[in-house]
Design a protein around this ligand. Structure first.
Ligand SMILES: [Mn+2]
Length: 321
């Protein structure tokens, strides 16, 4: 990986747009805000940030998050000199913003998903990194683009959330060393943890409780899953991003090997999140055109939720070890 090309490409680009993936999480948002801040701070340029889908309330504390635009606020025919995708496993995860990426003169791809196929002209894709934020921190430090407090806060959020508070398999010695460095650069770990984990809206917690009560357990309780219908969402006044965390809660059960949550989008579309302790759930997600990591993956199934559920159960049984 030629890190110099990161600096050179930004230097020669006057218009820059940064993308996070659809229905953004802490890694894609934290990485995007950190990149925005660094480009502004060290290069004196003002990139445009774009995301599709709701920014979860818990991430509103991130520096510069209010600068993020929705595609409908932008001229989608605009040709940027440089487009940078962060934490985006596949191009279609840019959803309605994809044409802006495709139209750009130079496309850069910064990611850590093992399924990423290097779709950029310039690719910084490292499957060994815990999160996209870690890939960015390495780039910044190597090029002496040192993080300030805001950049450190955004990058620490990326590391914290993508490692599940330093609990998942992607937590390495190096990950903790980087988190420590980010604290030295000014990130406040207690404050960031409080924002990310102790600021949940009440409908989110009630929906989670209801989902756990209604969960189903099959294959000797090795598979735990729940179907969340729009009527469940309405009952608690929950918003789409309020399903986050349910699939992890089901995995917390001692007997669970694989957990998944199916969420009704409309009568013919179902969104799926999968987690596991041992099995490779990215294989089950790939059957439906999705992807992700070994222990955390997702996909969208173009079927009504009940049928999607049956099909997914078949695939998950296949990957059980
Ligand atoms: Mn990530």
């Amino acid at each position: 990986m030629d890190l110099k090309s990161f600096k050179e490409t930004i230097e020669k680009s006057s218009t820059i747009v940064i993308f996070s993936h659809v229905n953004p999480d802490g890694d894609t948002l934290g990485s995007m805000c950190a990149l925005y801040r660094t480009i502004k701070n060290h290069f004196g340029k003002e990139p445009v940030m774009v995301t599709v889908g709701k920014i979860p309330d818990i991430y509103h504390f991130l520096p510069y998050v209010s600068e993020i635009k929705k595609p409908d606020a932008l001229d989608l025919s605009q040709v940027f000199d440089l487009a940078i995708a962060v934490d985006i496993a596949a191009k279609d995860r840019m959803a309605a913003a994809l044409s802006l990426f495709e139209n750009a003169k130079i496309k850069m791809n910064i990611d850590h998903h093992k399924t990423n196929n290097n779709y950029g002209d310039i690719n910084f894709v490292r499957a060994d990194a815990s999160c996209a934020g870690e890939v960015l921190l390495d780039i910044f430090e190597n090029l002496s683009l040192l993080p300030d407090k805001d950049t450190a806060t955004a990058l620490y959020t990326a590391v914290l959330t993508d490692t599940g508070c330093f609990r998942f398999e992607n937590t390495k010695a190096d990950t903790l060393k980087k988190a420590a460095k980010l604290i030295e650069y000014g990130a406040d770990p207690a404050y960031i943890a409080r924002c990310c984990y102790e600021s949940k809206p009440r409908p989110m917690v009630l929906l989670q409780a209801n989902s756990i009560i209604n969960a189903k357990f099959i294959e000797d309780n090795k598979i735990a899953y729940v179907c969340i219908k729009n009527s469940d969402m309405e009952k608690f006044g929950a918003q789409n991003d309020h399903t986050e965390g349910i699939v992890e809660a089901l995995r917390q059960i001692d007997t669970t090997e694989v957990s998944f949550v199916l969420k009704e989008v409309d009568e013919n579309t179902t969104k799926v999140s999968l987690r596991s302790k041992t099995a490779d759930v990215s294989k089950a997600a790939a059957v439906f055109g999705g992807g992700g990591h070994t222990f955390a993956a997702g996909c969208t199934i173009r079927k009504p939720i009940n049928i999607a559920c049956e099909k997914l159960i078949d695939e998950v049984k296949r990957i059980l070890v």
